[in-house]
Design a protein around this ligand. Structure first.
Ligand code: FAD
Ligand code: GLY
Length: 398
């Protein structure tokens, strides 16, 4: 895959067979970064795109996130195929950000200082050594830093440090600015955006999509893209099975630094929390991981844990004022990997959801792979492991 987003393929679409030779009419369910970016790409390629958002665009997980593009720091054992997707998306980010900024006229604050995963105690240091060996075995671009080298990069870190892993390609972006820029870019490309318009169901006939139902009204479409994040299971897609997507609650907290004298410049993964410094002076602390459905409560325990872990890593933060506290819902699938590409049960139904902890990281590659599929009917092999069909019940053994 090239490291630029454009041009999206414009070869004949097998999904447009309802109206041969004419670009498909696309209805997108959900106005988070996934829905907005797909709208932008597909309208730019000549499709008539309508995007339906239950509330206001960009206010779901895309608003709640920390914006880390942490393919290396968040690599997990057993997730090699996901790692390939994450790394491909990471490589696309600089071009994606530049194209989005040009298309919208708005900055998205892509920062390239990289990420430090730090250890405080000797125990942490031993754990970090194991992580470093694992990351090295995957061929990831990681560098071991001694305590002194770590402190040279970030002098305000705690007095006791046992070293750090530098993942220099793990950048960050301001996800709220990304969502705002995508809305502008999508509208400029011709996407019709309907806010406060929840989609109740995907209308079908004879195993093919007819459109989406909003209120009592059918909005006709040849292709429907389900990009409703943690709420994707709530959209009726019968006769297809409901998607196995659940909300994974995360509490967050932002402190206010002096933008001219920030306490940190790198993204920091410390034991128990991460710290993300923004250009505007916010220092974002995250995040809890809770299986509590759509519970929006901020809890004393959740906030205390974030502050305590972050304070151990960066004691100077105790002087900072609290700027904001919030809750968001990661769209977690049954295997915590995204769900991309066509439904095997309903022709014309396409999924772009389930991005869990890495939806901001996975944005450029999702926009590319899913838009290409809608336009060409071909799914890039990179996306094949993430088709919804992996969740289909297996035939009973004979
Ligand atoms: P959303 O942004 O949630 O958008 C879905 C939209 O669909 C919402 O606007 C919703 O209102 C709408 N909708 C729902 N139902 C309907 C309906 N019936 N009809 C119409 N519209 C509907 N990822 C990273 O890569 N890096 C990070 O650092 C990071 N940090 C995170 C921290 C937290 C606390 C959380 C919660 C998430 C984090 N993520 C991170 C994950 C990332 O935010 C998500 O994976 C990503 O934003 C998902 O985007 P989305 O567009 O699918 O979902
Ligand atoms: N990727 C960070 C989070 O989901 O909290």
């Amino acid at each position: 895959m090239s490291e630029s987003l454009s041009p999206v393929s414009s070869s004949p679409s097998s999904l447009a067979t309802a109206r041969p030779g004419i670009a498909p009419r696309v209805a997108i369910v959900g106005g988070g970064v996934m829905g907005l970016s797909l709208g932008w790409q597909l309208a730019g390629a000549g499709c008539a795109v309508s995007l339906f958002e239950a509330g206001e665009t960009g206010r779901g997980a895309s608003h709640a996130a920390a914006g880390m593009l942490a393919a290396c720091a968040e690599a997990e054992p057993g997730e090699e195929e996901l790692l390939a997707l994450n790394r491909a998306s990471q490589a696309l980010w600089p071009a994606f950000a530049a194209e989005l900024e040009a298309a919208s006229g708005a900055s998205v604050d892509l920062r390239t200082e990289g990420t430090l995963t730090i250890g405080l105690t000797a125990d942490d240091g031993a754990r970090l050594r194991h992580l470093f060996a694992f990351q090295t075995s995957l061929g990831l671009p990681v560098q071991w830093l001694t305590a002194a080298e770590t402190r040279r990069r970030e002098p305000r870190l705690a007095g006791q440090l046992s070293g750090a892993i530098l993942t220099a390609e793990d950048h960050q972006v301001d996800n709220r600015k990304v969502a705002a820029a995508l809305k502008i870019a999508a509208a400029r490309a011709g996407v019709s955006i309907f806010e406060h318009s929840p989609v109740a169901k995907v209308a079908t006939s004879g195993g093919r999509v007819l459109g989406v139902v909003v209120g009592e009204e059918l909005k006709p479409a040849d292709v429907v893209i389900l990009a409703a994040g943690a709420w994707s299971r709530g959209v009726d897609i019968t006769p297809a099975a409901p998607l196995p997507v659940r909300p994974v609650k995360g509490q967050m907290l932002a402190l206010r630094m002096d933008p001219a004298a920030p306490l940190l410049n790198h993204v920091i993964w410390a034991p128990g929390s991460y710290l993300v410094p923004r250009r505007d002076g916010r220092l974002i602390l995250g995040a809890t991981t809770e299986e509590k459905g759509f519970d929006t409560d901020l809890t004393a325990g959740g906030q205390l844990a974030l502050l305590t872990h972050a304070w151990r890593a960066l004691p100077g933060l105790e002087e900072l004022s609290i700027h904001e506290q919030w809750v968001g819902f990661r769209p977690g699938s049954r295997d915590d990997a995204p769900i991309l590409g066509p439904s095997a049960e309903v022709e014309g139904l396409v999924f772009a959801t389930g991005h869990h902890r890495n939806g901001i990281l996975l944005l450029p590659v999702t926009a590319r792979l899913v838009a290409d599929f809608v336009l060409s009917g071909r799914l890039d092999p990179l996306a094949a492991p993430f088709e919804a069909g992996r969740f289909a019940p297996r035939a009973a053994a004979e």
